[in-house]
Design a protein around this ligand. Structure first.
Ligand SMILES: Nc1nc2c(ncn2[C@@H]2O[C@H](COP(=O)(O)OP(=O)(O)OP(=O)(O)O)[C@@H](O)[C@H]2O)c(=O)[nH]1
Length: 361
């Protein structure tokens, strides 16, 4: 699991259709510029690795469609961003006026602190300019944002803008990052259950692994279908009705003979038991819940019966039952969380989408 970077951030580009978001992104990531305008449909993303303060910072930059009709899709991405680049077109007065709407939307849909900068693009089009630099600067100052005028066409200030927002995110998350770097890899190396890695823990409770056969077999199906490009990881947890009360060495046997039984063998990695809620939440789940605070398909999903609340403290982001699922993108970025009700096999279109996007990057 050697990583090519130390930390990964998600940035988002917002602004009216045609201001040059896709062009800036292509200039930054591929050093290319196209004079034609093909409107982005929904969202797309590209990656680039920067070196900031000696750290390799991988930025995943989401390019959103500026068109109004895609707003319900693009809004879903706001809360996942650590940095936002608001873009207007210096030759288009209304794109500048609309910045306040974009900022308002972000304030409404992004509860956490997100780093933001303002960019006036197409600065090469001097004769057509409708928005003086001073006005752009004034607006940015009123929002407490840094301001850049850029040209995707001539490559003026494009690298500088993206780098600046990445620096701001890095500064804002410095202490989290210091804690997190390495912890995931160390964990993944240590605790896989399997024939070569017998589990160390002992637990005297009785043998019963109670989960749904359907979810297990669908996980096997997905792993079998994408053997090289998808890694399924299972984390047993005994916090939901004490249903996972096998000892670690028993878990694989339980799966085979008890539930789902009928000789079931997972073709994916199953880890030692861990806690996913409460004060002993494993760092992997603390991280995932922080990045994806609730399931996409059921944002209000909570534990229904208080008798099942066997951990403390209780948080709104808690995992509500076995078989909540997290899909993590090719660069390690948490992409989507699915409720226990969401059929495991129905994650496949999202997997395919991420794989397609990766092919293009
Ligand atoms: N002169 C000039 N033209 C630019 C610049 N940036 C983008 N354009 C042109 O502006 C048009 C729109 O650019 P896009 O990058 O597709 O705009 P967008 O903001 O991604 O648009 P949506 O995907 O519809 O939201 C294209 O014809 C680009 O060639 C620039 O810096 N200077």
């Amino acid at each position: 699991m050697a990583k090519q970077y130390d930390v990964l951030f998600r940035l988002l580009m917002l602004g009216d259709s045609g201001v040059g978001k896709t062009s800036m992104l292509r200039r930054f990531t591929e050093s290319e510029f196209e004079s034609s305008h093909i409107s982005t449909i929904g969202v797309d993303f590209k990656m680039k690795t920067l070196t900031i303060d000696g750290l390799k910072v991988r930025v995943q930059i989401w390019d959103t469609a500026g068109q109004e009709r895609y707003k319900t899709i693009t809004k879903q991405y706001y809360r996942r961003a650590q940095g936002i680049i608001f873009v207007y077109d210096v030759t288009n007065q209304s794109s500048f006026q609309n910045i306040s709407n974009w900022v308002g939307d972000v304030d409404e849909f992004t509860p956490h602190q997100v780093q933001r900068i303002l960019v006036g693009n197409k600065s090469d089009e001097q004769p057509e300019r409708q928005v003086p630099s001073e006005l752009g600067m004034k607006l940015a100052t009123s929002y407490g944002m840094d301001f850049f005028e850029t040209s995707a066409s001539t490559n003026h200030n494009v690298d500088e803008s993206f780098t600046r927002v990445a620096e701001l995110v890095l500064q804002a998350h410095k202490s989290d990052i210091d804690n997190l770097i390495g912890s995931l890899d160390e964990y993944l190396d240590k605790v896989a259950l399997g024939e070569e890695a017998p589990s160390p823990e002992n637990d005297s409770s009785s043998q019963q692994t109670c989960t749904t056969a359907r979810d297990f077999s669908e996980l096997n199906q997905l792993q079998a279908k994408y053997p090289h490009r998808l890694v399924v990881l299972g984390f047993p947890c005994n916090q939901f009705g004490y249903q996972e009360n096998c000892t670690n060495p028993e878990i694989l046997n339980c799966l085979q003979h008890v539930r789902p039984g009928s000789g079931f063998k997972p073709n994916f990695t199953i880890f030692e038991k861990c806690e996913v809620n409460g004060s002993n939440t494993h760092p992997v789940f603390a991280y995932l819940k922080n990045k994806l605070p609730y399931p996409d398909d059921d944002p209000s999903s909570l534990v229904q019966d208080p008798k099942f609340l066997v951990w403390s403290p209780i948080c709104r982001t808690d995992i509500s039952w076995n078989f909540e699922k997290f899909l993590i993108g090719p660069e390690g970025e948490p992409f989507k969380r699915y409720s226990k009700m969401f059929p495991t096999i129905n994650i496949e279109p999202d997997i395919q989408r991420l794989l397609r996007l990766t092919k293009n990057n």
